[in-house]
Design a binder for this molecule. Structure first.
Ligand code: HEC
Length: 205
């Protein structure tokens, strides 16, 4: 499964989350203030999350767990902050993309989902072609939305790794390696007999 950690993917994934998943799931480990780490300014972040304040997190959007279950066919939508830690990317991707073109429900009103081993879930199909409003250029497909939202959720699950750190680690290590190579070649050159060293003529006055 190809999940990049480009900021643009995480931002698109946030668009998916705030427009769709937020209607049923909570995201307790994600402070909206964390949007600043994605490069949004205070003002932009506030516009994105509208009725929330930046010190808030996304709570379960129901009055109680009982109400949440009532709206979801008896199932409680789990908090998604750590979902990429206890499920694989592939598992989540298969779930989000597994509904098929015709919606089938069984006698207990569960939706058919080919991504799941048991084949049925209480989650209403959350994604559809073109259902996300986004300023980013990317295909408007269920597959793309799924990848993006997984990228976002995985970023949420590691709040101690800011984007800058995710970028700096590879950059620093490549600088380190270049440094080693340079030092190495300098040492080699210094050991060479300097037979081609031409002394500059000195000015005698
Ligand atoms: C209409 C409400 C609703 C929406 C919208 C919704 N979900 Fe769900 N989701 C549920 C419910 C209910 C469950 C529990 C399903 C079950 O137990 O059968 C669930 C389960 C899940 C699970 C499985 C968690 C686990 O480990 O079992 C994942 C992952 C998930 N949702 C991701 C998402 C994402 C990502 C979005 C946004 C694109 C989303 N959901 C939108 C209601 C919703």
């Amino acid at each position: 499964m190809d999940i990049s950690f480009k900021i643009s993917q995480i931002k698109r994934g946030f668009d998916v989350f705030r427009q769709i998943c937020i209607n049923c799931h909570s995201l307790k480990l994600f402070k909206l203030m964390d949007l600043l780490k994605l490069g949004y300014t205070h003002k932009q972040a506030a516009l994105l999350v509208k009725k929330y304040r930046l010190i808030d997190y996304f709570k379960l959007p129901y009055k109680s767990a009982i109400q949440a279950r009532r709206f979801n066919n008896g199932a409680l939508p789990p908090d998604l902050s750590l979902v990429t830690k206890y499920r694989t990317f592939q598992w989540i991707y298969d779930l989000l993309t597994g509904y098929g073109n015709t919606l089938i429900r069984n006698e207990s009103n569960l939706y058919q989902n080919k991504g799941l081993e048991q084949g049925w879930t209480a989650m209403r199909p959350p994604l559809a072609y073109g259902c996300i409003k986004s300023n980013f250029y990317a295909p408007h497909s269920i597959h793309q939305y799924s990848r993006d939202v997984i990228g976002f959720l995985d970023w949420v699950s590691e709040p101690w790794l800011t984007i800058r750190q995710r970028l700096t680690i590879p950059i620093l290590s490549s600088l380190f390696i270049t440094g080693l190579m340079l030092t190495n070649s300098l040492i080699k050159n210094n050991n060479k007999p300097s037979n081609n060293y031409i002394r500059k003529p000195q000015c005698l006055d």
